[in-house]
Design a protein around this ligand. Structure first.
Ligand SMILES: [Zn+2]
Length: 255
């Protein structure tokens, strides 16, 4: 079995959706392939952390409605003989297409209060944020420990992002991942607030000095950006704007 085939079936294996012979084939590969076994362990750990903290993500109603619409319009639904895994993956492809369509149509509706570059960044970050909420995409290093997440970025990205502990303020750390944004690999630190995820992106700032938090919204998602220590940070979430501002104020105060 090839690694690609194995990795595309890991979520279905975790969910117990595979036929017995398929599951055995995956398990055989996992026993001999450290890379796939590691990915399987990470996937399981992310699931465990998210469910333990009762932070199961629910898509906003608008997005759900649009995804349902896209699924209903699809010309050839999967035939009954297909495995549930195939149905699941087909559904996810539709969902990903819808998410990217929403993200790219968003630019039409915003007022000209920020620079073109800022809107372009927001578009990319919105697509990345929505992608991150699909199963298995949220974290590369699932952990509630800042001393685990911060060193994980060493050697993976070219800057060391702030990873403050905001547990007491009600924003538990969920983990970190490396993401590809604006033509470079950037660190993303993930926090939670109830069922809402907050992705905090960081990259080297083009301007020196600091800048106080500034915000924009689109499609029910909120963005807050600020500069500190030569790094530009963006927090992205579907959390309400007031709580996202409170989160950023505490993040800034803590690092
Ligand atoms: Zn493998």
């Amino acid at each position: 079995m090839l690694c690609d085939a194995c990795q595309s079936a890991l979520e279905a294996r975790l969910d117990g959706e595979l036929a017995a012979d398929e599951a055995r084939e995956i398990d055989r590969h996992l026993a001999t392939c450290p890379a796939c076994a590691r990915q399987f362990a990470t996937l399981g750990e992310t699931r465990r952390l998210v469910s333990e903290n009762a932070m199961r993500y629910t898509a906003p109603d608008v997005l759900k409605a649009r995804i349902r619409g896209a699924v209903a319009r699809a010309a050839t639904p999967p035939v009954a003989a297909d495995t549930r895994r195939k149905t699941f993956r087909w559904w996810r492809e539709v969902a990903a297409g819808v998410a990217i369509a929403i993200a790219s149509s968003a630019v039409t509706f915003v007022a000209a209060r920020h620079s073109e570059a800022t809107y372009a960044a927001a578009d990319e970050l919105l697509a990345s944020h929505i992608r991150s909420l699909m199963p298995g995409h949220l974290t590369d290093v699932p952990s509630t420990e800042q001393h685990t997440v911060k060193p994980w970025f060493n050697g993976r990205v070219d800057l060391s992002p702030a990873v403050p502990n905001l547990d007491k303020a009600g924003f538990p750390l969920v983990g970190g991942r490396a993401d590809y944004i604006r033509g470079r690999v950037v660190p993303v630190v993930v926090y939670a607030r109830r069922r809402h995820m907050i992705n905090v992106y960081a990259w080297p700032s083009s301007s020196p000095g600091g800048a106080p938090p500034n915000d924009l919204s689109r499609n029910g998602y909120h963005f807050v950006m600020w500069r500190s220590g030569g790094i530009e940070y963006w927090a992205v979430s579907d959390l309400n704007a007031a709580e996202l501002h409170a989160f950023v104020a505490m993040f800034v105060a803590a690092h």
